[in-house]
Design a protein around this ligand. Structure first.
Ligand code: HEM
Length: 323
């Protein structure tokens, strides 16, 4: 094995540590956002950025100002929604810290600096969009835009962190293996992104009932998605087939440990994601699976994006030179 391709110990500089913490926290925020939706707490605070007109939300119905209906107050929903916003503020601080620490790359790798700056703007936009979700009364299309902006933010953070951590991901691949793994990675990523987009449409169909005051039984919700639900199930087979084939190819091509582990992680996350999807479809959309399905879908797209980045930047060896 080439020395570059052996597993290495992880020693990170302050930029890399902050960028990594920001990515992990942003993924966590996606899960918290899913929890808010699954708990029906999206309107737990009827205004934005304050909650019932206050920076510290109420804890009992007596504290609700007269312009809001105190009978609809639910302390858990209010504090869940507000915690979502507070974690959003933490992400904002982390993104700014990542940007400040990216200054060290301003001359050497300007893309890290500029990417980190765009991430600051994107996180501010995402906060504003979160407010629009509330003011639109949880409009399905605004929720989808909010989720897609979160995916774009994660992709940007991963891209800049990757560029600023090139040494940790440097590896060698035979040119033929590189091309094969890159093509497979791109195809699997593209199929996953289409699947995520279709998934949001399934969710939009389900959402009409989640918001309704007098919804039909939960078992009937998914039926309203019709053809889009069937498409989502069928494409899941393509995605899992591609993910498993990616792992097979990484092993067969004797890819470096880092890549094989990443491909293994992708195959595992994809398999879990499908099992959560099956659980959703056949057990009447249990809320915990709604949260897991959103989180693992996002994690799958993130890992696939990282995989394609690592392969695209691998140094290529010719068969002769590599032995
Ligand atoms: C790789 C495979 C899959 C990916 C990447 C994926 C991704 C997604 C995404 C991103 C959503 C939107 C979640 C949200 O906005 O809260 C979603 C919704 C959904 N998916 Fe999947 N999905 C996959 C497989 C499946 C399978 C196999 C099934 C069922 C057999 C399924 C059933 C559902 C259902 C029922 C929803 C609506 C959930 C809700 O309203 O909370 N998914 N999917």
């Amino acid at each position: 094995m080439h020395p570059e391709n052996e597993p290495r110990t992880l020693r990170l500089n302050s930029y890399q540590k902050t960028a990594l913490a920001t990515i992990v926290a942003t993924l966590l925020l996606v899960a918290i956002g899913g929890l808010v939706r699954a708990a029906g707490a999206g309107l737990g605070c009827p205004d934005w950025p304050r909650c019932f007109g206050s920076w510290i939300p109420p804890t009992s119905a007596e504290q609700i100002p007269p312009q809001w209906d105190a009978s609809k107050f639910n302390v858990w929903q209010t504090w869940l929604e507000y915690s979502n916003r507070l974690v959003g503020v933490v992400i904002g601080i982390l993104v700014i810290a990542t940007f400040l620490r990216s200054f060290r790359y301003r001359k050497t790798i300007p893309a890290v600096f500029w990417g980190s700056l765009i991430a600051v703007i994107l996180v501010a936009f995402q906060g504003w969009l979160g407010g629009q979700v509330v003011y639109s009364g949880l409009h399905a299309v605004v929720i989808t835009a909010h989720m897609l902006a979160a995916l774009a933010l994660i992709a940007l953070l991963v891209y800049t962190a990757f560029l600023g951590s090139a040494a940790h991901f440097a590896l060698d691949l035979h040119e033929s293996s590189r091309r094969k793994l890159l093509a497979l990675g791109v195809v699997t990523l593209a199929a996953t992104l289409v699947q995520v987009a279709i998934g949001t449409q399934v969710r939009e169909a389900v959402d009409q009932f989640m918001k309704s005051d007098n919804p039909p039984p939960r078992a009937a919700w998914l039926a309203s998605a019709g053809a889009i639900d069937s498409l989502h199930r069928t494409l899941a087979l393509v995605v899992v087939g591609a993910a498993l084939y990616l792992l097979y190819a990484a092993i067969k091509e004797r890819a470096p440990t880092l890549l094989t582990r990443l491909a293994g992680g992708i195959a595992l996350v994809c398999t879990l994601q499908i099992s959560f999807g099956i659980g959703l479809a056949y057990a009447n959309l249990p809320p915990p699976l709604q949260v897991l399905h959103l989180f693992f879908g996002t994690l799958l797209a993130t890992l696939l994006f990282l995989f394609t980045l690592v392969v695209s930047r691998a140094r290529s060896l010719t068969r002769e030179a590599g032995g």
